[in-house]
Design a protein around this ligand. Structure first.
Ligand SMILES: [Zn+2]
Length: 135
C-alpha cells in the first residue's frame, strides 16, 4: 500500500475541514505536512466512528491550543502539521479496518506519532485485519 486512498491534502484549518466534508459520516483522516518536493508526509492517522469532521476538528484544536506534548500527542496534531487528508467510510467497522491498515503500514519505520494500535469501535471487539489482534 503506497497511498492513503484519501482526498487531499488540504490545509489543516477549520474552514477547510468544514468546506471539504459536508456530511457527518464515519471516516478516516491523516495529518501531516507537505515536503519541499510536494509529497505528503504522514505523521498521524486517525478516525471517527460517527463524524470524521469531529475527529479532525479535535485534532486541530489540540494543535492550535499549543499544548505541547501530552495533549497534542493524544489528539493527533502538533504544531507543524499543516495538512490533512480524509476519506468517508461506509461504517464504523470499515473505518476501523482502514485505520488499522494505515497504522501498520505507515508505522513500519516509526514515522507516526500514533503510540497505540487503533481500537475497535464501541463494543464490536473486532480483530485487526493486519495483525489479527483484538483491541
Ligand atoms: Zn493490528
Amino acid at each position: 500500500m503506497r497511498s492513503l486512498d484519501m482526498d487531499g491534502p488540504f490545509p489543516l484549518t477549520k474552514v477547510e475541514i468544514e468546506r471539504r466534508i459536508k456530511e457527518a459520516r464515519p471516516g478516516n483522516f491523516a495529518l501531516g505536512r507537505q515536503t519541499k518536493d510536494n509529497r505528503f508526509l504522514v505523521r498521524y492517522v486517525g478516525r471517527d466512528d460517527v463524524d470524521v469532521r469531529r475527529g479532525l476538528l479535535g485534532a486541530l484544536n489540540a494543535s492550535t491550543t499549543a499544548q505541547p506534548g501530552v495533549v497534542g500527542r493524544l489528539m493527533g496534531a502538533e504544531p507543524g502539521d499543516d495538512c490533512f487528508k480524509f476519506s468517508l467510510a461506509q461504517s464504523a467497522d470499515a473505518a476501523f479496518e482502514k485505520h488499522c491498515r494505515h497504522f501498520h503500514h505507515f508505522n513500519k519505520n516509526g514515522n507516526l506519532r500514533n503510540r497505540r494500535h487503533p481500537r475497535s469501535p464501541g463494543q464490536a471487539n473486532l480483530a485487526c485485519p493486519v495483525c489479527g489482534d483484538k483491541f
